[in-house]
Design a binder for this molecule. Structure first.
Ligand SMILES: [Zn+2]
Length: 107
């Protein structure tokens, strides 16, 4: 009887560990997608733990932070001075503001 009990605890721990490794990249991936202003749909890769981790690492370290163009609402690089979609000029003030907002979100 005791063995069966130990067995189910062991199984529970294993399932817990699997969920842990599965959900961490999704959780942090969504957090970093928000911080960087990138689409959260990235974390659909989290459907599989392996691709979830890869997507999270790319999001965290491989993608430049983004901001939205005031004119055309496309997502562009945070340091961009000219929108690559509509040619909208972005002032240094606005760039500094976007970078400051990004730094705030990181905290
Ligand atoms: Zn634009």
């Amino acid at each position: 009887m005791k063995n069966a009990f130990d067995g189910s605890i062991g199984l529970f721990v294993v399932i817990l560990i699997i969920f842990f490794f599965w959900f961490i990249p999704i959780w942090y991936g969504i957090k970093w997608a928000k911080i960087k202003g990138v689409s959260k749909l990235w974390m659909l890769f989290g459907i599989h733990p392996m691709t979830g981790w890869i997507a999270f690492l790319i999001l965290r370290y491989g993608i430049d932070p983004r901001k939205q163009c005031d004119k055309c609402k496309e997502s562009i690089k945070i340091e961009a001075q000219i929108c690559r979609y509509c040619g909208n000029q972005i002032s240094q003030e606005e760039i500094d503001m976007a970078i400051r907002a990004f730094e705030d979100r990181k905290k």
